[in-house]
Design a protein around this ligand. Structure first.
Ligand SMILES: Cc1cc2nc3c(=O)[nH]c(=O)nc-3n(C[C@H](O)[C@H](O)[C@H](O)COP(=O)(O)OP(=O)(O)OC[C@H]3O[C@@H](n4cnc5c(N)ncnc54)[C@H](O)[C@@H]3O)c2cc1C
Length: 684
């Protein structure tokens, strides 16, 4: 299939962009796994740049621009489809239980005291921008202005320009508009990987096969980082809806209430002849990953806060409860604009404001993709802002490594007269001088890890893709902690229990390496480990995953039990190395599988890397003496009392073992043989 633009994700962002680009003449296809799982369906639909009190200036400008687009955008969509979006510029009232202190400063940097007002009528006291006035209401005026508020409300802000839209209706309208314009939809389709080559996306792998387009837009919401290593995480929000009882003749609220940990959104839905009135309550903000379901704690907190703010709600019937996942980024700003690939654009991470930001996102992304026009605002939302943040002050290998002393190149220890011919370690056509590979896990701190990696003299470092993605302890800022211009990344699939998982994570690993500048890095250390007690690899799953990954162009370095038959099979399917274990991972037991490793070495025509179990330098030296091509050592270094010193010792041992192997061991004899010749000795 070929289309001009292929959009991954059919939430409000994907749909808004699809309609915009179709209207500008592009052929557009939208791939969407599940519409009902989208945050766009779960949201409250507030258009609230003022009530949200957004501190970031660029974000505030973006939100204001979006809000200004809403009236025309929705009426155009309504004309196109004959359907109602529920756009309602109703204003938002933000009541407070505590008056802001004289010296308290709002997030926008304006002292609250400047906003104070007295008197019964609504007063225009403070204008943050001509397009966005805000009014302070004291206790009496606010209760007069909005009857029914809780008695302990002491004042509040009135934001007349904010409003709301019925997000579910809007999503439906957008989809109808898109269909009527000729956008192609592929529903129930999951994108499994974005396949790239030399800075260009060449297709997306899906459950229905490979799909291609000229340009790709990633709009996968909270799931974006399952496809690219972007720092987008789900932030769960629970919501519920109350019905308005028959005896209440009018909607009890005609504006949104935005309180402490609660918002109350009156909603009127007109459907044909009938109209429905309801009140939406939201929302929790929970960092629990993709944990589904409503919980008693979540719902209770919403009900408590809602009935305190607007007590009459306590007798309204609960009609529906649901939850959704906001796509959150570390700085709570969206990721918009170019990516590392020429033909891939990013529009994700809209967090709490994706409904609001949909029209402006569509315009800016349409300009960028179809007219190569970059709005100056977009620079504030480029994904590269996360790459520039360094969580560490020392960058590995940029400070002279005290321990390497020029020994980082293998065999450079040897005096000049002992020239031993060694080709270096060659994996998938790439040559490395060091035969020691290390990892990044289990260190006491990033600084210790950096020093240890430097002291080990290694040129390859393995990194657990999943831990980096989830920012697991010790893996925050890893991207910046090592100098990836000098160290070759070996992404690993640690934590994967099945072949399918490992394949998916391997693809992510490849993207991760690319994002860090290693465009041609197709290496993956394949780990398929279903058993959590002994951490022994699954031979069948490993073989299946290796076969698939080799087909996808990966250089596969599979971690295996020291099984010579399996090693051979893996070699036959095209693996780049085999990595037999010396003993269980992290056990430090030393070489427990020597006999099998020896058979593997004897029969392999690809490098044999002894992985796992090495506890001390003598184990490392012994494995190298056997003829192993390289070692992978992590725990024995990271868990040593002085990790950098142990790394250096492992460096020396690896070199020593390799030299000994090349030098050729003396033959072993059954009986003693005197060191000094007996000829010429005097016997009595
Ligand atoms: C409880 C809650 C309340 C909110 N309230 C508001 C509010 O009042 N105002 C506001 O402006 N914003 C609000 N938001 C935020 C807003 O909903 C989101 O920012 C916005 O919906 C994000 O839209 P999206 O299209 O990026 O993501 P989504 O709507 O999540 O859509 C992403 C889509 O991509 C699909 N997808 C993901 N991965 C793949 C894949 N690999 N292959 C194929 N398809 C895939 C998913 O199935 C999904 O359909 C709220 C969010 C929540 C959860």
């Amino acid at each position: 299939m070929t289309s001009d633009v292929l959009i991954i994700g059919g939430g409000i962002i994907g749909l808004a962009c699809a309609v915009e680009m179709k209207l500008r003449g592009a052929n557009v296809t939208v791939l969407c796994r599940d519409h009902s799982a989208a945050a766009s369906y779960a949201a409250a639909g507030m258009l609230a740049p003022d009530a949200e009190n957004i501190a970031n200036e660029a974000m505030l400008s973006l939100c204001w621009r979006a809000r200004a687009l809403y009236p025309n955008w929705t009426s155009k969509l309504e004309e196109l489809t004959g359907l109602n979006t529920g756009y309602w510029p109703c204003g938002i009232l933000a009541p407070l239980y505590k008056k802001p202190g004289e010296h308290e400063v709002s997030q926008r940097g304006i002292p609250y005291a400047d906003r104070g007002s007295r008197g019964a009528e609504v007063k225009k006291e403070f204008i943050p921008s001509p397009q966005s006035p805000a009014y302070w209401l004291d206790k009496d005026p606010i209760h007069e202005y909005q009857p029914g508020l809780g008695v302990d409300v002491l004042g509040g802000w009135w934001y007349p320009e904010d409003g709301q839209v019925d997000n579910r209706a809007l999503v439906k309208v957008l989809r109808n508009a898109a269909v009527s314009l000729g956008v192609e939809f592929k529903d129930g389709v999951t994108v499994e990987a974005i396949t790239q080559q030399q800075g260009e996306v060449i297709g997306v792998q899906t459950n229905i096969g490979l799909l291609r387009a000229d340009h790709y837009l990633l709009a996968a919401g909270a799931w974006a980082n399952q496809l690219l290593p972007l720092p987008v995480r789900p932030r769960k929000g629970q919501m519920l809806r109350l019905g308005v009882p028959e005896f209440v003749t009018e909607l009890p609220l005609t504006r949104v209430l935005f309180g402490d940990n609660i918002y109350i959104v009156p909603r009127r839905v007109v459907s044909g002849e009938r109209s429905y009135r309801s009140i939406i309550l939201g929302a929790t903000s929970e960092d629990v990953g993709f944990t589904p379901d409503n919980t008693p704690a979540g719902i209770q907190s919403l009900l408590q806060a809602a009935t305190r703010l607007f007590p009459q709600l306590q007798n309204y019937p609960i009609q529906e409860m649901w939850w959704g996942f906001r796509p959150a980024t570390p700085d709570e700003l969206p990721i918009l604009g170019d990516s590392h690939c020429r033909n891939l654009t990013l529009a994700t991470g809209h967090h709490r404001n994706g409904i609001l930001l949909a029209p402006v996102t569509a315009v800016l992304i349409g300009d960028l993709i179809l007219s190569q026009k970059t709005d100056p605002l977009l620079t504030n939302f480029h994904y590269s802002r996360f790459q520039n943040q360094s969580s560490t002050t020392t960058s590995m290998l940029t400070h002279p490594a005290n321990f390497t002393n020029g020994y980082s190149k293998n065999l450079s220890l040897q005096p000049a007269e002992l020239k031993l011919q060694d080709s270096g370690l060659i994996i998938a056509g790439k040559t490395f001088h060091s035969r020691l590979i290390t990892g990044t896990g289990k260190y006491r701190s990033t600084g210790v890890m950096q020093k240890s990696v430097a002291a080990s003299g290694c040129q390859i470092v393995t990194v657990a893709v999943r831990r980096v993605q989830t920012n697991a302890p010790g893996h925050e800022g890893l991207a910046e902690a090592l100098d990836w211009g000098k160290i070759w990344m070996l992404p690993n699939t640690a934590g994967c229990q099945t072949a399918e998982e490992a394949i998916r994570v391997a693809r992510l690993g490849r993207e991760m390496a690319k994002l860090l500048g290693q465009e041609d890095n197709n290496f993956v250390k394949l780990e398929v480990i279903p058993d959590s007690k002994y951490l022994l690899p699954d031979p069948i799953g490993t073989l299946q995953a290796a076969e698939q990954l080799v087909k996808e162009g990966f250089a596969v370095l599979p971690y295996i039990n020291a099984d010579p038959m399996l090693a051979k099979r893996l070699e036959d399917v095209g693996s780049a190395t085999v990595m037999p274990l010396a003993a269980p991972i992290g056990s430090g037991q030393g070489l427990k599988t020597t006999a099998n490793i020896q058979i593997i070495i004897e029969n392999a025509t690809i490098p044999v890397v002894v992985d796992a179990g090495i506890g001390e330098p003598s184990d490392a030296a012994q494995a190298m003496e056997l003829g192993a091509d390289a070692l992978l050592i992590n725990s024995a270094i990271a868990l040593a009392e002085n990790a950098p010193a142990m790394a250096y010792a492992m460096n020396l041992a690896t070199v020593a073992g390799r030299m000994a192997y090349l030098a050729g061991r003396m033959p072993m004899k059954d009986y003693a043989s005197a060191s000094s010749p007996l000829t010429g000795t005097i016997t009595g």
